[in-house]
Design a protein around this ligand. Structure first.
Ligand code: ADE
Length: 239
């Protein structure tokens, strides 16, 4: 059975997060012409749906993966301009709250609007602008764990950011979903995020230690989750 979506764009931050997904979905690399940004692009067909997966690539100054909202915005825009997907998925790893039921290796789909917790503008109207509240598709019938996602550009949170994260009633903390959702909403394209939990942000062990320890397990779960979503769950749900 085919999905209602003809073409799905998947935006991921890190190449290392994407490797098992590329394998699982059977995607092939694509060569990009005239794209000055170092986006890495992969293409394939899963159960009759065209898939375009993009990662941000590496920073030429620092040699690091270009994580965070800045690159996510540009990558999503390129993906939309180049391939006009009718669904965009922000996929990757994330932190979770054990006090709200998260466990390492859980795979979440986004529930409700996607918000930022690190954009603080105390002028009239700008507080809401900072938080964003970008739409995410109703994923309640897709059979995955659902969670409210809040994005910020740092691995750790300041006191103010932690307060906004709590006010956002977030279950999942990432660095890209809000940026990707913002671009999707500009183009009027359906959006959802799928995030696999590498670390529990309310656990005594340092987040970065947990991230490294649990990375492999979480990205395997993420690749299984994306495969299941695209090949099994989306086609069965009337959207
Ligand atoms: N990705 C994985 N863990 C994360 C965290 N704790 N915060 C933001 N992004 C993450």
């Amino acid at each position: 059975m085919k999905s209602h979506f003809r073409r799905i764009g998947i935006v991921m931050a890190m190449g290392s997060e994407a490797i098992p997904v590329i394998k699982k979905l059977g995607l092939e690399p694509m060569t990009l012409k005239n794209w000055r940004f170092p986006i890495q692009l992969f293409w394939g067909n899963v159960a009759g749906t065209e898939i375009y997966l993009a990662t941000n690539g590496q920073d030429e100054r620092y040699g690091t993966e270009m994580i965070g909202s800045q690159s996510a915005t540009l990558t999503t825009h390129y993906l939309v301009e180049g391939f006009t997907p009718d669904l965009i998925i922000s996929a990757g790893t994330a932190g979770g709250l054990q006090s709200r039921g998260a466990q390492v290796g859980d795979v979440y789909l986004s529930q409700g609007p996607i918000r930022y917790h690190d954009r603080r503008y105390p002028m009239a109207g700008y507080h809401e602008y900072g938080i964003g509240n970008y739409p995410s598709m109703d994923a309640s019938l897709l059979g995955f764990k659902l969670g409210c996602i809040s994005s910020g550009d740092s691995l750790h949170m300041s006191t103010e950011e932690a307060e906004q994260f709590a006010a956002n009633e977030a279950d999942v903390k990432d660095m890209e979903a809000a940026a990707v959702a913002w671009v999707a909403s500009w183009h009027g394209i359906s959006f959802m995020a799928m995030k696999a939990i590498t670390d529990l942000i309310d656990h005594p062990l340092k987040v970065e230690k947990q991230f490294i320890q649990n990375f492999e397990q979480a990205v395997e779960k993420l690749s299984d989750g994306l495969w299941e979503l695209i090949s099994q769950r989306l086609p069965k749900v009337a959207l």
